[in-house]
Ligand binder design. Structure first.
Ligand code: SF4
Ligand code: SF4
Length: 462
């Protein structure tokens, strides 16, 4: 998958021969694919900013609050103890990525990954605004910086800082909530050092990544890029150069009777590539599927009056004029797995109640005799998944002979998205037990909602 280096003189696209970083200056080609990606990118940025702000059922649309361990997803509230839901959710996303990659290659990298979206549609446009087009930037950077060039660079980094600072706040809103973040923003950093440290650290990371590290994240750091070779197969859709049409490549001069292919060796596809690779060398691990080379080559093909699509989004069999096999075993398997996991996730979510109750027996003796009554003690965990504070109370059924005592009083107050643990004691005359067992149903009442029924199996003498 990765380009094979044939000689010690050959190095990776983003390295110089002495091992130092080779800065990439991709030219911008505003072709059909770039325009489509731009629409998707700005829509995704808007969604990213809106998600922690939108309120559904009293909770942010997406919140992974690591300060209170409260998670909400489109109106559903989870706690870290909802391990099965969180595990199935994580697995569903993982299988979705594997499934989409097997079918469409690195479509995530080129269209949806924040690394690509923010770099190509926020940071590079800012750079072009201050420092001009790629060729000008290359010339400027090759000289000693001074005067107006230096001032523009400083200004660019100031704007980078402001954008990174804003993005860091949005990111932290996902793990702290806008409410908490907003109130802390009006106070001194000394009053909330951990959150201030988090925002500062995130700003520094974002600035480093989009201002300096850039394509290195995709080519040397991202694990997904490494997995690509096992996730795709011969029939996956990839960005590919058509060697059957393009080769032998070369520039035809007037009077030449060379039988050349359509590639005019202009290198426009290489100059526009954000990871600095030459797609004509075949699919490489560094290719993020951004389709910029497709736009660049199509522009050249139009200029030289040849059909577009010398570089295109296609599959290996389609390049060889064979049929692409869409329904292959791995795609079917990943597809089925995805549907199964999504269904399990739906069932688990559907089964979660606004107020959920978990009952545990306390340690020690299973029951205690108090004269003719049997006493059982339980620990009860009550979780409030609603958007409001809830006051809940246990009640016995009208004809039940059980007596119940809740440690700390009858009414239990639970804040939204939180849980409370209470000790519950039940006492029942021993004559009510059959074979040492008695089944009890308690009603947990909360305002305006249906009672939550709690089934308990009391243990007594045989
Ligand atoms: S080879 Fe083409 S699709 Fe791949 S990263 Fe470079 S420009 Fe993007
Ligand atoms: S842009 Fe097209 S014509 Fe130019 S070098 Fe690349 S593949 Fe060949």
């Amino acid at each position: 998958m990765s380009k094979i280096l044939n000689s010690p003189d050959e190095v990776l696209s983003t390295l110089n021969k002495d091992g130092s970083r080779k800065w990439v200056y991709p030219t911008l080609v505003k072709g059909v694919w770039w325009k489509r990606r731009m629409i998707v990118a700005y829509a995704l940025i808007a969604v990213f900013i809106a998600m922690p702000l939108i309120n559904i059922n009293g909770h942010p649309a997406i919140l992974f609050d690591i300060f209170t361990w409260k998670f909400s997803l489109f109106g559903w509230v989870f706690s870290p103890t909802d391990t099965e839901i969180l595990m199935v959710f994580g697995l569903t996303i993982l299988v979705a990525v594997v499934f989409v990659t097997a079918l469409f290659g690195r479509v995530w990298c080129g269209w949806g990954c924040p690394q690509t979206v923010y770099l190509e549609f926020i940071y590079r446009p800012i750079e072009a605004l201050f420092e001009g087009k790629a060729a000008k930037r290359r010339r400027t950077d090759s000289k000693k910086l001074k005067g107006a060039d230096l001032a523009k660079k400083i200004l660019k980094w100031c704007v980078y800082f402001l954008v990174s600072f804003g993005l860091a706040h949005v990111f932290v809103a996902y793990i702290a909530g806008w409410e908490r973040l907003g109130s802390f923003m009006t106070q001194s950093p000394a009053d909330h050092p951990s959150l201030f440290g988090l925002v500062s650290g995130m700003t520094a990371l974002i600035l480093f990544d989009f201002g300096y590290f850039r394509e290195q994240m995709c080519t040397i750091a991202c694990p997904y890029a490494r997995l690509q070779s096992v996730l795709i197969d011969n029939d996956s859709m990839i960005v590919s150069y058509d060697p059957f049409r393009g080769e032998p490549r070369g520039k035809k001069k007037k009077g030449d009777d060379l039988d050349l292919g359509d590639c005019v060796a202009c290198n426009a596809c290489v100059r526009t590539c954000p990871t600095g690779i030459d797609i004509r060398d075949g699919l490489q691990m560094e290719c993020i599927g951004c389709l910029q080379c497709v736009d660049a080559c199509d522009e050249i093909m139009i200029k030289v009056d040849r059909p577009v699509g010398l570089i295109r989004y296609t599959s290996q069999p389609a390049l060889e004029k064979k049929k692409t096999n869409i329904f292959r075993p791995r795609v079917i398997l990943y597809g089925i797995l995805f549907v199964v996991l999504l269904s399990i996730f739906g069932i688990l979510i559907g089964g979660t109640k606004a107020i959920s109750v978990k009952v545990f027996r306390t340690g020690g003796a299973p029951f205690v005799m108090v004269q003719d009554d049997v006493l059982n003690t339980y620990k009860v965990r009550i979780e409030n998944r609603t958007g409001d504070l809830q006051k809940v109370e246990f009640h016995k059924e009208a004809d039940s002979k059980v007596n119940l005592f809740v440690a700390g009083g009858g009414k239990i107050e639970i804040e939204s998205g939180r849980f409370k643990k209470v000790v519950l004691r039940l006492s029942l005359p021993k004559t009510e037990f059959k074979n040492g067992k008695a089944d009890i149903v308690l009603h947990l009442k909360h305002k305006g909602q249906e009672d939550v029924l709690v089934n308990l199996h009391m243990i007594g003498p045989k």
